[in-house]
Design a binder for this molecule. Structure first.
Ligand code: AMP
Ligand code: GLY
Length: 428
């Protein structure tokens, strides 16, 4: 079966790497892909950030002429624009939720309302469509809040505030300065939760769920979880933060509950359901739902997953997840993200990258590409904020992280930055 993967990051590289291991996988195509995906398949010059007619027609035409029978949608933007609804047709599977289901990520106000209606534990919140109301609210509110642009903002539309002054500034940034454009038409202002963060992802086939092993992501740029949020600077799985009992609670009260709530509204959820949780003193609470694999959580998850990802994805598309059985490689996998100097602010690209082969010589290490490309001379160069995802297996988290860090130390590009402390919150 020929497969087209939409997207260009580390998530798409690792999904391709895992799909390629399936005996039933034919040619892998990536649109637009990166330098890493070009090594395991063919990159196609189509970028799908929306689902407009031109994009959809280009993908449809490509699939018809290359016998593509499965399209895997990586990022949230095309999902939120309804690319699955528009590409689905007979003879072809499209993996990902439909537009109405993707609202759980693309509209934080919608997500908050449906969670409230279904009694899913989440931070208390108020939703505002005008800056005046939002400003009055934060001035009077005594405890710390988090101000969120309701729409999609590449993971940057969330501002965690220490006091009312910062919250006012956050409202101004989002609603008056419109730093995230239309995504800031509404803001969600919620109580600031305290606790450990946890990512729990599940595969969903419309009715059944298969919950993946729990992971922890480190979103902030600086060691010790300091500085501004990024798309994710590293992740590991499994995490000792949750036991089987707590995972069962999360499955029942959060994951199953949201799929059921959507179904009651006439929306069938298929694809990946990602719950970003805070483990508070009052139990797990939802910070956000995402409608796709988390990046960089999916890299260590795929490194440990034992099973045929193609079978699993097709089972999701066809409603057969209850037949799927997958197991997990013992031990731990840690992914350390190597980023461009300056990220998540301004950074330069086009820096030559060396040392990947040396780093990946350790059989426990695999390096996935995120923001990379080949220049005119065929030299591998940086092409984004997050550049490489360096993953290592170990008997435990410490060993996995040490190996990942050692591998990072062998890779060079001008301005390279990575956190050496991934997993520190559970390592003592
Ligand atoms: P989100 O994009 O909604 O996941 O938010 C990005 C990050 O902001 C999360 O990973 C948390 O670190 C932080 N955050 C979001 N909401 C809250 C909250 N209610 N309380 C504390 N931190 C939060
Ligand atoms: N790792 C966080 C995300 O993918 O949203």
């Amino acid at each position: 079966m020929n497969i087209l993967i939409l997207g260009s990051g580390g998530r798409e590289h690792v999904l391709g790497w895992k799909l390629k291991q399936s005996p039933n996988a034919g040619t892998l195509f990536f649109a637009p892909g990166n330098a890493g995906t070009a090594d395991i398949g063919q990159n196609v010059d189509i970028t799908a950030e929306t689902a407009d007619t031109k994009t959809v027609d280009a993908i449809d035409y490509f699939c018809r002429h290359n016998d593509v029978e499965l399209i895997v949608v990586g990022p949230e933007d095309p999902l939120s624009h309804g690319i699955v609804d528009r590409l689905e047709c007979s003879g072809r599977f499209v993996f990902g939720p439909c537009k109405d289901a993707a609202l759980i990520e693309s509209d934080k106000a919608f997500s908050k309302k449906i969670m409230r209606a279904a009694s899913i534990p989440t931070a208390e919140a108020r939703i505002f469509g005008h800056a005046d109301g939002a400003l009055d609210y934060v001035r009077e509110h005594e405890t710390p809040v988090v101000v969120k642009a309701a729409g999609l903002a590449k993971g940057k539309g969330v501002i965690v505030c220490d006091d009312a002054q910062q919250a006012e500034q956050a409202v101004e940034t989002i609603m008056v300065d419109r730093a995230f454009g239309d995504a800031g038409d509404q803001v969600v202002i919620e109580e600031r939760l305290i606790g450990q963060e946890l990512s729990v992802l599940a595969l969903v086939d419309g009715r059944n769920l298969f919950v993946l092993e729990p992971a922890q992501d480190h979103k902030q740029i600086g060691e010790g979880d300091t500085g501004p949020n990024t798309g994710g600077m590293g992740a590991y799985t499994p995490t000792p933060l949750v036991d089987n009992g707590l995972m069962a609670t999360i499955e029942r009260e959060i994951l199953v509950a949201i799929v059921d709530a959507l179904r009651r509204d006439g929306v069938t959820y298929k694809g990946v359901l990602y719950a970003g949780l805070m483990l508070t003193a009052g139990g797990p609470k939802v910070i956000e739902f995402n409608c796709r694999f988390g990046d960089p959580e999916v890299q260590p998850l795929m490194m440990r997953m034992q099973g045929d990802l193609l079978d699993i994805i097709l089972a999701c598309c066809q409603g057969g997840l209850c037949e799927v059985d997958l197991t997990w490689r013992p031990g731990c996998c840690c992914c350390v993200v190597m980023a461009s100097g300056g990220y998540p602010g301004k950074y330069e690209t086009g820096k030559p990258i060396t040392g990947i082969d040396d780093a990946a010589a350790d059989p426990d290490v695999t390096v996935f590409h995120a923001g990379t490309r080949r220049d005119g001379k065929g030299q591998l160069v940086t092409a984004g904020g997050r550049v490489l995802d360096v993953c290592a297996m170990g008997r435990d988290l410490r060993e996995a992280r040490d190996k990942a860090n050692a591998a990072c130390a062998k890779i060079h590009f001008d301005g390279a930055y990575y956190r050496r402390d991934i997993g520190f919150r559970v390592m003592g």
